[in-house]
Design a protein around this ligand. Structure first.
Ligand code: BGC
Ligand code: CA
Length: 345
């Protein structure tokens, strides 16, 4: 035990000495003249982001050196990580913000160092994006996920009249919201519901609270809501799959999905655990948030601009007028589950 601790210490020391050598050390870590991409993930402990991170690592293999940082959901920490990466001489920054409002701070750091910058997953405001010509965004069109989720709800609700348990013709729902202020959370919340009402279905919101994208928090909320409303709840709408999983485990503990007790639950992301739930029949659907392609586009653009090339050189991505690559969302149900599985392989 003691021996391995000592070994760990020696290892940790040699790594920090290595990291202390500046530009050269970072670059040689990947071999030769590869560009060094300084990456931050807002927190490693996020289900979906762990898949994006994996895709980034896979796509950088042999073509770029990565410096990866876990910002631990702390913007101050992320700012320091960015300072450190700049001082070590990375070729480009690829930033998953903690706080979308902090884009301006990161942009000014990149500007001062004359470094290109690729944001991903948490979209900065259009004003921030326009304030620096060497910054790009890789993500999605947030509203699209809400619309697709709403369409899933409409189709399923119409096909299953017995889900209107109290027979009042109104869909009583609870909604698990992601992080407030996150463009995805705001747009999904708005558009999932408006798509349902636009289809002529009357709705009643029984509860709406943030579960911060988190399974454990969502389970706690769902526990409370179930004891308060019980069977008056007719639909669970979750802004992401992580929270949908929390809702499902709360429902299972209350005896749902056995005998005739059922509750429709929808999410967004299509992470493997949720695909399993769809196959088991404990979730009706989700929306593919394509982690693999978002990770790939982040590396493709970063690698290019880190070498002073056009961001799209040698790729098939398209930039919109806000300098963003937007990977499409796709509805996922039992019918096309195999496609979703491939995307998360
Ligand atoms: C995903 C969430 C994730 C969030 C992190 C969203 O696009 O759907 O699962 O927690 O990004 O920023
Ligand atoms: Ca009803």
């Amino acid at each position: 035990m003691k021996k391995s601790l000592a070994l760990l210490l020696v290892l940790a020391l040699s790594i920090s000495v290595f990291a202390g050598c500046g530009k050269k050390a970072v670059e040689t870590a990947g071999g030769g003249d590869l560009p060094t991409i300084g990456v931050t993930i807002y927190k490693y402990d996020d289900n979906f982001m762990s898949f994006v991170r994996r895709a980034i690592e896979k796509n950088a293999e042999g073509s770029a050196t990565l410096v990866l940082n876990d910002s631990q959901n702390d913007q101050a920490k992320q700012n320091e990580q960015v300072d450190l990466m700049i001082s070590k001489g990375v070729s480009v920054l690829a930033i998953n913000l903690v706080d979308p409002q902090a884009a301006a701070t990161i942009i000014s750091k990149a500007k001062d160092a004359n470094l290109p910058l690729v944001f991903f997953n948490k979209e900065p405001s259009a004003t921030d994006m326009a304030s620096y010509d060497k910054c790009w965004y890789v993500g999605t069109t947030s509203a699209e996920s809400g619309i697709i989720q709403g369409e899933l709800i409409v189709e399923a609700w119409k096909a299953n009249p017995e889900w209107d348990k109290n027979g009042d013709g109104i869909l009583q729902y609870v909604l698990l919201k992601g992080e407030p202020g996150h463009p995805d959370a705001e747009a999904r919340t708005t558009f999932a519901v408006s798509t349902v009402t636009d289809a002529g279905i009357k709705v009643e919101e029984l509860e709406l609270q943030t579960g911060m994208w988190d399974t454990v928090k969502a389970k706690e909320l769902m526990d409370t809501w179930l004891s308060k409303h019980g069977d008056a709840i007719e639909f669970v709408i979750a802004n992401n799959d992580g929270m949908a999983l929390g809702a499902v485990s709360s429902l299972q503990a209350e005896g749902y999905f056995t005998n005739d007790k059922f509750m429709p639950v929808v999410g967004v992301d299509a992470i493997p655990d949720v695909l399993t739930k769809i196959e088991e029949g404990t979730m009706i659907g989700t929306v593919l948030n394509d982690a693999a392609n978002q990770g790939k586009a982040t590396v493709d653009l970063s690698r290019n601009v880190g070498q002073g090339k056009d961001p799209l050189e040698g790729t098939s991505w398209i930039l919109d007028e806000t300098k963003a690559v937007r990977v499409p969302y796709v509805a996922v149900t039992m019918e096309n589950i195999e496609m979703a599985k491939k995307s998360y392989e």
